[in-house]
Design a protein around this ligand. Structure first.
Ligand code: FAD
Length: 511
């Protein structure tokens, strides 16, 4: 094989690209993973964007499905230095009056906490959590780790396949705080809005994982680093700063890629893990898109929201205006949502394309749980608020700074020292910045709307749902595919299985 010829070329070294590269490399394929950015990782990104010596997770942070897929174990990532921290106080919904509802890593504690507000909800929480864990290996893993199907053969999941998260949550949980906390976990990190049709099916998954948030010691990028290290051990190369300009197609077959510098690289198989639009409109090119596919690709819907992000460094650890002490130690604070109605109002503003003045955010102090992420004695701060990816009128760059200040003033009602001299530096990222940084389409970050026909067997569109494309030897493997976005590497894993099947080889997959 010449130095420009590989068995498999993967476009994009995000989690999915690296996962699929690793599995196929383990199966003996010579793999090249090409990455546009300076560093591999995609959404696994940690950067010194405020003060040198303080690390910020500029992409993903809450890794709540690590235990749901076998990837971490299969690829032995702990030995490549991806070490997860699972804080005992997981997720607090904090009300303006200082009352709170907290989820703990320990189910007994969570049940007792929910029972303070509603005994019925506490029982329902235990029931759904246990049901999720007992169906994990028999139903959820086969569903998530194989090409999409419409049903799971699990009554609890299938019976909610026409419900919205709001309907599912309200049917099973009665207290406004339980409802609001769950809907906030649908939004972050699942990327699912409360009125997304059909997404109520994930109720048990959300209950079962919302107290499983893990963070990577040293920052999320350490997971990318571990996958990168393993890729080199597993018969592969990762070339950073190598943007792919186009996929080479000859006689309806993908035969390789061309880099932005004009270098041609050849392979038996090409896999794109970048979003659907970029893959087809830019990398494949309209001239190679089969006629019958074009209207369906056009009809594929992006989610209508994005993230408004604030990273800051604080001189002191955040103080929390909470009646219960444990809240100040929570990994995640949900602010501004005290009921399902609050969530609905917030979402209505987003879906109307307005800058939401109905604020509601998910906030964390990463250095509280991992001091290695900040200079000694300093603290890092992370805030995400959902916002429209594009504004109906005006531009994010015109409003981002003043909006960030409005949000921080509001946050200081919950975290009183989150203001003044205690905030040493802050960096704001609006959806427009996400477009520049990640080149995600229109600043959306979840690979396409997880609702209606774009769920299950029809994700992203029926013709592409089995990870193959009408262009022979071209496969798909990113967050636009089932089971969607999130740090679980699942679509990379499924793509590796499908490609292995077509190549007549077997990958060392444990599910
Ligand atoms: C700000 C933010 C916060 C998030 N928070 C969470 C969270 O807390 N928990 C969670 O589970 N999920 C979270 N997500 C979502 C999660 O990060 C993504 O679902 C996940 O990264 C998808 O992995 P991927 O490999 O499919 O794509 P990506 O991680 O996007 O990787 C794709 C890679 O392809 C590269 N690329 C693009 N075009 C080209 C090209 N032409 N040539 C070569 N390379 C190219 C990109 O640079 C990128 O590195 C978050 C995302 C963002 C942006």
């Amino acid at each position: 094989m010449s130095e420009d010829t590989f068995d498999v070329i993967v476009i994009g070294a995000g989690e999915n690209g690296l996962v699929l590269g690793n599995y196929l490399g383990k199966a003996g394929q010579k793999v090249l993973v090409c990455e546009r950015r300076l560093e591999s990782g995609g959404g696994l990104s940690t950067e010194e964007c405020t003060i040198l010596g303080c690390w910020h997770n500029t992409g993903s942070y809450y890794h709540d499905t690590v235990q749901v897929t076998p990837i971490y174990q299969d690829l032995d990532l702990v030995n490549a230095n991806a070490i997860y921290i699972h804080p005992p106080v997981q997720s607090s919904l904090l009300k303006r009056d200082g009352e709170s509802l907290t989820l703990f890593s320990d189910l007994e504690q969570t049940e007792a906490e929910i029972a303070r507000w509603s005994k019925e909800d506490a029982q329902a929480w235990r029931r759904h959590s246990e049901a999720f864990h007992s169906a994990l290996s028999s139903h959820y893993q086969p569903y998530l780790l194989n090409p999409a199907q419409n049903g799971m053969g699990h009554e609890d999941f299938d019976s909610r396949s026409d419900s919205t998260p709001l309907e599912a949550v309200q049917a099973e949980f009665k207290h406004p705080m339980t409802q609001a906390l769950l809907l906030s976990h649908f939004m972050v990190p699942r990327g699912i809005l409360s009125n997304y049709e059909g997404a109520g099916r994930f109720l048990q998954l959300v209950v079962g994982t919302s107290a499983s948030n893990r963070i990577v010691e040293g920052g999320s990028h350490e997971l990318a680093q571990a996958l990168w290290t393993e890729q080199l051990r597993n018969n592969g190369w990762v070339w950073d700063s190598t943007p792919i300009k186009r996929i080479l197609i000859e006689e309806g077959k993908a035969v390789g890629v061309e880099t932005s510098t004009g270098r041609e690289l050849h392979a038996k198989v090409v896999v794109s893990t970048v979003d659907l639009q970029t893959t087809f409109q830019t990398l494949v090119g309209p001239e190679h898109i089969p006629q019958e596919l074009a209207p369906q690709l056009q009809a594929f819907q992006l989610e209508e929201f994005s993230l408004f992000v604030i990273h800051a460094v604080m001189d002191e650890v955040p103080t929390v205006n909470a009646k219960d002490d444990h809240v100040s130690r929570a990994l995640r604070w949900t602010l501004g949502f005290e009921s399902a109605e609050d969530v609905q109002e917030h979402i209505a503003q987003i879906q109307a394309g307005k800058v939401p003045n109905r604020l509601g955010a998910v906030v964390s102090c990463p250095s509280l749980h991992d001091p290695s992420q900040a200079l000694p004695g300093k603290h890092t701060f992370l805030l995400w608020q959902l916002v429209p990816s594009r504004l109906k009128s005006g531009d994010w760059s015109d409003v981002a700074d003043s909006y960030a200040q409005q949000i921080l003033d509001w946050v200081s009602e919950y975290l009183p020292n989150m203001k003044g001299k205690n905030v040493l530096r802050q960096v704001v990222m609006s959806p427009q910045d996400l477009v520049t940084k990640w080149q995600y389409p229109q600043g959306t970050v979840f690979g396409g709307k997880s609702a209606g026909a774009q769920l299950g067997a029809d994700r992203p569109i029926p013709e592409l749902a089995n990870y193959r494309t009408p262009i022979k030897n071209l496969y798909l493997g990113g967050a636009s595919m089932h089971p969607g976005a999130g740090i679980e590497g699942a679509s990379g894993y499924v793509a590796a299985k499908v490609i292995a099947d077509d190549l007549g080889i077997s990958i060392p997959a444990s599910v």
